[in-house]
Ligand binder design. Structure first.
Ligand code: SF4
Length: 437
């Protein structure tokens, strides 16, 4: 960190203390840029950024008392609400408690509807009662019901979050339908594109060289304070992502949950990070991060190797951000709402009440594509790839929630709940050795 950077952070904190700091969400800032405002260094102190969506590399670690000390030697296997958990790394010999790791993408078997780690994390944060079952090394079975408040340790660790310029996928080559974690349908030549990423709201899009974001930076995870612990898996210097950690106790379940895709269960996560505008480089990075400038690689879902590109302008500039639902346009037999409920990946459609649960809907668009009815509508746009128009039919990121998160972070900064501080260390994206042919 340079002295200028350190001084810049100090100046911002002094202005925050005096109450005259200017904090803008990324959407507010970009709106001024699009309307022609020429920002200078000093006009804005902090820009709040955020992203929300399916983030596969999310796991949680728990320490759970199961039985009195001495009642079993150690855990050989464990399940929470039927979701397999990995005991360890600490063996907790004869303590009666288990340390566990649960992956957000692990399912509890073949139940209908599917239930996995992502569903479990939300249920826990909602303070729902959950059941842990343990099989001990000597064959004893133990069971306990608990809530999050019964635990002393519950933490989310993410291995790959907030990817810069993730990907858009289609099935451009295969004549067979391919199941994918990126789609609720097996993907065919005519099923359209699935798109990933919050575009100009994404933290790394606004700090592409990771000048502000580094090891030790504050990152809100599901709206609770957390920390950046380094680069994530599959992070490249031109397309980085982050590893993060945060305790679950203060998380907001609205930003969490499980998702049922055509290839299995997935996990929702939300990340928001403040970008202090300490110098012209930071300012220019945020000014330049407009959806229409941000490349989104396009790949075939069969090998995930990019062969074309579009921009986030195709995804978020023009198309609707939110779902419109008009129950008066539903058919009287109830077929449409039943089909919407069947395709909805987050169980947000209430067939009996004929309502959408807005605390669960992630605005993926699947219901609008699946059902030929004006009851569900959301324009998701089309993209020209190789001279052919492809409709966007599924979104794994919820820009609406990202904007809500950025607003929330702005409020927390202005009220002094969240400090602006420097990163401790730079992030390095190490590349693996190439495989021999
Ligand atoms: S857009 Fe439709 S399918 Fe997607 S989460 Fe919302 S209600 Fe469910």
């Amino acid at each position: 960190m340079t002295n200028d950077h350190t001084n810049g952070i100090s100046r911002i904190n002094e202005r925050l203390k005096r109450g005259d700091a200017v904090v803008m969400t990324a959407q507010e800032f970009k709106s001024h840029v699009r309307s022609g405002h020429k920002f200078q260094v000093g006009d804005v102190d902090v820009v709040t950024t955020a992203t929300h969506g399916i983030m596969s590399g999310t796991a949680a670690s728990f320490s759970i008392p199961v039985a009195p000390p001495g009642s079993f030697e150690r855990a050989a296997a464990a399940w929470i609400n039927g979701v397999p958990a990995q005991p360890g790394p600490a063996p907790n010999e004869r303590l009666g408690s288990v340390d566990l790791m649960v992956y957000g993408t692990t399912a509890n078997g073949d139940t209908a509807p599917p239930y996995g780690g992502g569903h479990l994390f939300r249920d826990l944060v909602e303070r729902q009662e959950c059941t842990i079952e343990v099989l001990s090394t000597c064959g004893k079975r133990l069971k306990r019901r608990f809530t999050l408040d019964d635990l002393g340790f519950a933490r989310i660790y993410s291995m790959r979050n907030a990817f810069k310029s993730y990907m858009a996928f289609g099935n451009f080559r295969s004549t067979t339908a391919l199941k994918s974690i990126f789609s609720v349908w097996p993907m065919t030549a005519t099923s359209g594109l699935t798109v990933i990423g919050s575009g100009e709201m994404n933290p790394i899009q606004n700090d592409p060289n990771l000048n502000a974001i580094g090891i030790g930076s504050l990152a809100m995870i599901n709206n609770a304070p957390g920390v950046v612990i380094g680069s994530g898996t599959l992070a490249y210097s031109n397309r980085p992502n982050l590893s993060l950690a945060a305790d679950m106790f203060d998380m907001d379940p609205y930003f969490m949950g499980g998702v049922c895709t055509s290839e299995g269960v997935e996990v929702l996560n939300a990340v928001s990070i403040p970008i202090p505008i300490v110098d012209d480089a930071a300012l220019q990075s945020v000014i330049g991060a407009l959806d229409e400038n941000l490349v989104l690689p396009v790949a075939d879902v069969s090998d995930r190797q990019p062969f074309d590109e579009m921009t986030y302008g195709n995804v978020w500039q023009g198309p609707d951000h939110d779902l419109t639902f008009d129950p008066s346009k539903l058919d009287t037999e109830g077929k449409d709402i039943a089909r919407a409920a069947a395709i909805c990946p987050v169980n947000a459609v209430d067939v009996q009440a004929k309502e959408i649960d807005r605390t669960r809907c992630i605005r993926c668009g699947a219901c609008t594509v699946e059902i030929d009815s004006d009851a569900f509508s959301m324009n998701m746009g089309t993209v020209d790839i190789g001279g052919k128009e492809h409709p966007i039919t599924f979104r794994t990121s919820d820009r609406f929630r990202a904007m809500e998160l950025a607003e929330s972070l702005k409020s927390k900064i202005l009220s002094g709940d969240v400090p602006i501080r420097e990163k401790l260390l730079d992030i390095t994206c190490r590349q693996p050795s190439p495989l021999a042919d």
